[in-house]
Structure formats: C-alpha cells, structure tokens
Design a protein around this ligand. Structure first.
Ligand code: AMP
Ligand code: GLY
Length: 418
C-alpha cells in the first residue's frame, strides 16, 4: 500500500514508525513531516488544511490509505475531501470532528444520552456569563469554545481569575466568542483511546499525560510534557464504566444523527472513586500519549487503523504485551511562552533506535546536516520496559545523552504510577 500521513509532530513520527513495521506498507509519505520523520519516510511539503490540495496530491501519488494526525485538518474537512476523492481515510468527518472542535456540541451530545460530565452553562454573551458565574461555587472551569490547542481552558480558584478568563475570551483572543462554564471535577485524569468505525468501539489503550510545564505539576498548561501507558487508574472496571456510560452511548448518538464517528476517539476522563466523567473528547491521538501507544503496539497499528477505516472493527483485535512505555518531552527553554528556534541538538546519532527505544521528533528541522529545534515541544524520548520503572530509567538515560543546552524536560514523568 501507498500510505500518506498528515502532520508534523511527535505523534505523526510515532505513527509513521509503527506503520513502517507492517509489511503491508510499501511506500510512506508524511506531509509535511519533520527532520526525524525525514529519516524514515518521504516528506512532502503540502498545506494539510487545504482539502482539495491534499486530495489532488493523494490521487497523484496513488495513495491507498491516508491517516490524518492532528485535529485542525479534521475540523477543516480534509478527511471528507479525501473520501470524496475515493481515498480510504483514517479520521472523522468535519461533522464528527465537532466532538473536539466544539465543547458545547460535546456537552449537548452527552446530555442527550445522559453521559456523566461536569454540569455546565454555555454563553455567547458576557453579561449572561458573568451572572451565571456569580452563582457557581469555586473552583470553576472556564473554557473558550472552538479549537484552542489546550490553551482555552482556565481552572479558576478565585472569582478574580474566573472573571479575567471570561474577559479574555470575550476580548476576541480565542476567535468566536463563546464560553462554556463548567463545574470543577476532582479526581485523577486519564486518557482512554478507542477506535470507532462508526458503529463498533474497540478500546485501544490508556495513558496519562502531564499537562503542566514543571515538575510536581507546577506552572502553566502545555500541549503535554510527557506520558506513560498504561494508566493504572484505568482499571478494567473503570474502563467498562467509561465504555458503557460514556463512549458507546455518545457514539451511538452520533450515528443516530447521521454523523457517525470514524477514527480514534481520545476520551479525556476524570476518575473519582472509580467513577469516570468525561472532561473532553478529542478526535485524534494525543501527543505525547500516541508515542507510548505506538511503541507498545508496533506494526499491528496499520491493521487496526485499516480495520477502523473499512468498518471491520467488530472482528479486529488488539494484541497487547504486558508492558509499559514512557515518553519524556524535551522542549525549548521558555515553552509554553516564547522560545528560541534554531538551536542545535547533538547526541542523537548515538542513541538506540529499536522496538524498545526511540527518540521521536516533534519541532525539529535539518540545517546543514544538523538537527535544530524548530518548535516548542521538540523531542519525545520514548522507551518501553517490562515495568514502568524500567521504561522510566531507559527514557531518562536517553534524555541525559541528548546534548541540547537550550532544551529542558520534566524529570518526574510517571510519578503518579511510580
Ligand atoms: P480540556 O481542554 O477540556 O481537556 O481541559 C484542559 C485541562 O483542564 C484538562 O486536562 C483538565 O486538567 C482541566 N479541566 C478541564 N475541565 C475540567 C473540569 N471540569 N474539572 C477539572 N479540571 C478540568
Ligand atoms: N496530550 C494532550 C493532547 O494531545 O491533547
């Protein structure tokens, strides 16, 4: 098969790495890719938000299967454009991608089927939002509606912080001014990944992310500073509850509305005393959670994504090893604020690249044969082990061998489970 992956992050590097291990893959193109992806696949410079351009490219290159990595092209209808051009795609339609693109849409779908999620109010008027806010207990969660790359959410401990978040949203900083104000959920967070082919839901694995920039979960939110899989808080009982109370009913509701979801559903859960509530849906793999999942799944990933795209999940199976994976994100100093680009990263050539240890690239570029930083999150140093402690030790041994004085990472990835 000729396969096209859209995206340029650590997630897409990990998917490419796994897909290449499957003998069904003859040719792999990643658009736009990055310097690490270029070491294992062809990269193509393509505007991946332009559905017509992507579909034309896929036809020209005789692509048999396209995998869409990030949410933005999904929300922009790129999967639809590819399907309309007769190309098999892994990834939801723009209609189904609203589960990530619109928080209020997801709330409404949850309400329709009684899926547990935080109580909320939705407003497009700042005065009404302020009035509602005054009646709510603290802490309170303020969310800008629409795609905000993880930056549209404020968990406010004080009324002043909540008010400030509201003002920020209605300032136009987040585009369309619509806010969801929701009750604070306490408990432990976990990411639960399910493949959905429109009808059948196949659990793919669990992980836990580390959203805050600093050790001990201090500092501002980021896209994710590290992850590990599996997440012990996701016991078989919690998983079954999440499936029966949240995932299956909402997926059935999407199908009933004529907008079935096909792709990977990233179920963000808060688990309190064994009871899961939905924090959010995303319509793609998490980054860096994906790096852990891909490392644990390997080449079977392509078979699973194909079964999903072809509507065959009812007969598909996930073969898990009883192992663990852990990914440490190395970011440019200053991230998630302003950071320098173009700083050189050394030591990568000497690092192992095998089925247990990989440095996945996110924001990297090549300059005169050297790897340089080209983004905020730059590397996803990932290792697998028979225990989480072994994966942790391997991953940090690789981190310590990377020679990049302009980068930093958290030193405590996996602390909850360790
Ligand atoms: P979201 O983009 O909806 O995932 O929100 C980003 C982060 O904010 C989540 O991963 C949680 O850590 C936190 N968060 C969001 N909603 C809530 C909530 N209702 N209660 C507690 N924490 C929340
Ligand atoms: N790591 C969280 C996300 O991908 O949204």
């Amino acid at each position: 098969m000729n396969i096209l992956i859209l995206g340029s992050g650590g997630r897409e590097h990990a998917i490419a790495w796994a897909v290449l291990q499957n003998p069904k893959c003859d040719r792999l193109i990643v658009a736009p890719g990055n310097a690490g992806i270029a070491q294992i696949a062809e990269c193509a410079d393509l505007d991946i938000l332009d559905g017509a351009a992507v579909a034309a490219f896929a036809c020209d290159e005789s692509i048999d299967f396209a995998i869409v990595g990030p949410e933005a092209p999904l929300a922009a209808g790129v999967a639809d454009a590819l399907r309309d051009a007769g190309i098999m795609v892994f990834g939801p339609s723009a209609e189904a991608a609203r589960l990530e693109a619109s928080k209020s849409f997801t709330k409404e779908v949850c309400a329709a089927v009684g899926a547990p999620t935080a109580a909320y109010g939705r407003f497009d008027d700042v005065a009404a939002a302020r009035a509602y806010l005054r009646e709510q207990p603290l802490p309170i969660v303020i969310k800008a509606d629409g795609l905000a790359a993880g930056k549209g959410v404020t968990v406010a401990e004080t009324r002043a912080d909540a008010e400030a978040a509201l003002e920020d949203i209605f300032d136009g900083t987040h585009g369309r001014a619509e806010v969801v104000i929701e009750a604070f959920l306490s408990g432990e967070e976990a990411s639960f990944f399910c493949l959905v082919d429109g009808e059948t839901v196949l659990p793919l694995g669990t992980a836990q992310d580390h959203k805050r920039v600093g050790d001990g979960d201090q500092g501002p939110n980021t896209g994710g500073m590290g992850a590990y899989s599996p997440a012990p808080v996701m016991t078989p009982q919690v998983e079954e509850r999440a499936l029966s109370q949240i995932v299956r009913p909402t997926m059935a509701e999407m199908a009933r509305r004529g907008t079935p979801f096909q792709g990977v559903l990233f179920v963000g859960l808060m688990i309190d005393d064994g009871a899961p509530s939905l924090v959010e849906y995303n319509v793609r793999f998490g980054d860096p959670e994906c790096q852990c999942l891909m490392m644990r799944l390997g080449g079977q990933v392509l078979d699973l994504l194909l079964a999903c795209a072809e509507g065959r999940l009812d007969t598909a199976q996930v073969h898990w090893a009883a192992d663990h994976a852990l990914c440490v994100v190395m970011a440019a100093k200053g991230y998630p604020g302003a950071y320098a680009k173009g700083t050189e990263i050394g030591g990568l050539d000497g690092l192992p690249r095998d089925s247990r240890r990989m440095v996945f690239h996110a924001g990297t570029a090549e300059a005169d044969g050297r790897i340089v930083a080209a983004g905020g999150r730059v590397l996803g140093v990932t290792a697998r082990g028979d225990t989480l402690a072994a994966a942790h030790a391997e991953a940090y041994a690789m981190v310590d061998a990377v020679d990049w004085s302009d980068g930093f990472c958290r030193r405590d990835i996996g602390w909850r489970a360790l």
